[in-house]
Design a protein around this ligand. Structure first.
Ligand code: ADP
Length: 490
């Protein structure tokens, strides 16, 4: 059976109180009794002295010569008068221990013969019988002992006093137990309630609820200190758990990032191996052909052209792969300069105009003057790539429109062509290294599939973005270069 602390404490206090009461009452009653004994001993001694004095006075006043004769003859009167003077029932005996002065009792056997015999030997003797004291003391004449007197002292008063005192102890004991029980209960319930609150706060922490301020004990004692301690512990645990989960989330992110990079790297290496093998195989085959048909000038010339083209492509690929991997690997600071984007775009258009006109393609442009802080080389490479693609993947007599404007702190540049376009499902993937929509076409145009991924990487380094817009015809690339504070104020 489970007994709660508040019951245990109440029982314990009542038990202590009971022990206390019993000890105090026993000691008090013993004290009272010892005192009573001393008191009646003194009283009886004094009484026996008074009785002796009285007998002697009465003898001196009488006519009888011999003391002993007087004592025996006047025994009855003496007994009556001593009883009257002392207020104690008295019997007197001669020196043989025979009762004198009362003819009725003379014949009766004295039931306290033992103490009378002892008193005859000049001693004071008494014994307690039920609720009275039988006291025997010698009676003297002027020379020595002539008999014994027996005084009967009633203990009725002491007894009833003792009984009343006991009753008082019991009564006040009961009252104090009830009062202690009530006060103790209130006090212990208060303490137990505080313990329950502490228990509840520990339980809440166990369940992962760390806000225990609503059940905080605010008293300035050990309970208050313990409660504040638990709260401090709870916030510390909460903080540690938060830190741990933050770190776990960071680790998870880092792990996902590493996994993604690893996957990308594998794909990249797989692509490089594939893309590099193809031109090498072509070159090797052409060299074999040239060796076989050394005399066929026509074939040798054709093979020479093919080998040169493949070598050119291979060289471009090596350069782009190196550039791309350096952009991936190193977080180098680019040299940023103030550049006029409208001027540079016009420069690129002028450079590529010749190539475009070969296919009857015309450039149109609308360039709002704008200055940005950017690496000049990167800017040139990005837009040469995009405009070159607009020529490569255009149709004969097609058009290319280049626009540049400044809106909401951004230099927005768009290159729109009237070419073959990029199907929606490929739009996102064309920025991946080695990704081409049509392998054969790209190869024919000595493409590497690395241009757009390089463009995207370089723009990311400049905090700029690139996307392909939806268009009815051809392809529209949109580049957004944010202006820095300096540029915005320009
Ligand atoms: P490539 O060297 O093959 O041109 P890019 O990375 O520059 O490599 O382009 C990736 C692919 O995106 C190209 O192979 C082509 O299929 C497609 N592409 C790029 N620009 C255009 C464009 N202006 N019009 C149509 N397709 C394009």
């Amino acid at each position: 059976m489970r007994i709660s602390v508040k019951h245990k404490l109440t029982i314990f206090i009542i038990f202590l109180l009971l022990i206390n009461l019993v000890i105090i009452s026993i000691l008090t009653m013993n004290g009272i009794r010892t005192n009573q004994i001393k008191e009646y001993e003194r009283y009886l001694k004094e009484s026996s002295k008074t009785a002796n004095l009285y007998i002697r006075e009465r003898y001196l006043a009488s006519d009888i010569e011999d003391f002993e004769t007087f004592y025996i003859k006047q025994a009855y009167d003496l007994t009556i008068e001593i009883e009257r003077v002392l207020g104690i029932h008295t019997i007197i005996f001669d020196n043989q221990g025979r009762q004198i002065g009362n003819e009725v009792f003379k014949e009766l056997k004295n039931e306290y013969e033992d103490i009378i015999t002892k008193a005859l030997d000049n001693k004071i003797v008494y014994k307690k019988i039920v609720d009275k004291i039988i006291y025997a003391a010698p009676v003297y004449d002027f020379n020595g002992q002539i008999g014994v007197m027996q005084l009967e002292y009633n203990l009725y008063l002491q007894k009833s006093f003792n009984e009343d005192t006991w009753k008082l102890f019991v009564k006040f004991g009961l009252i104090s137990i009830i009062v202690t029980f009530i006060i103790g209960r209130v006090f212990f319930i208060n303490i137990v309630n505080r313990i329950k609150r502490l228990k509840k706060s520990v339980k809440l922490i166990e369940e992962g609820q760390y806000d225990i301020s609503s059940i905080l004990i605010k008293s300035k004692d050990e309970f208050g200190e313990l409660s504040t301690g638990i709260q401090a512990m709870s916030s510390q645990i909460q903080q540690n758990i938060k830190q741990l989960s933050d770190e776990k989330a960071k680790l998870q992110l880092a792990l996902e990032h590493v996994q993604k990079l690893e996957k990308k790297q594998k794909e990249f290496i797989g692509n490089i191996t594939h893309e590099f093998k193809t031109p090498i195989t072509v070159i090797k085959a052409q060299i074999d052909l040239m060796n076989l048909y050394k005399d066929d000038n026509n074939l040798v010339d054709k093979s020479n052209i093919i080998v040169n083209n493949e070598l050119k492509r291979l060289n471009q690929m090596v350069e782009k792969v190196l550039h791309l991997s350096s952009l991936e690997k190193y977080d180098f600071e680019l040299e940023k300069h103030k550049i006029d984007t409208h001027v540079l775009l016009k420069e690129i258009i002028d450079k590529l105009k010749g190539k475009a006109s070969k296919y009857g393609i015309e450039f149109y442009y609308q360039l709002e003057p704008c200055q940005v802080y950017m690496d000049r080389e990167s800017f040139m490479m990005i837009f040469i790539n995009l405009m070159d693609n607009a020529i490569k993947y255009n149709v004969s007599n097609g058009k290319i429109k280049v626009t540049s404007n400044v809106k909401k702190g951004v230099n927005r540049i768009e290159i729109a062509d009237t070419g073959i376009g990029i199907p929606d499902e490929h739009k996102k993937r064309v920025f991946e290294p080695f990704y081409t929509v049509d392998k054969n076409k790209s190869k024919k145009l000595s493409g590497t599939g690395l241009g757009l991924s390089l463009v995207k990487k370089m723009l990311e380094k400049q905090n700029a973005t690139i996307c392909i817009l939806d268009s009815e015809r051809g392809t529209v690339f949109q580049v957004n270069i944010p202006l820095s504070k300096k540029e915005k104020n320009m």
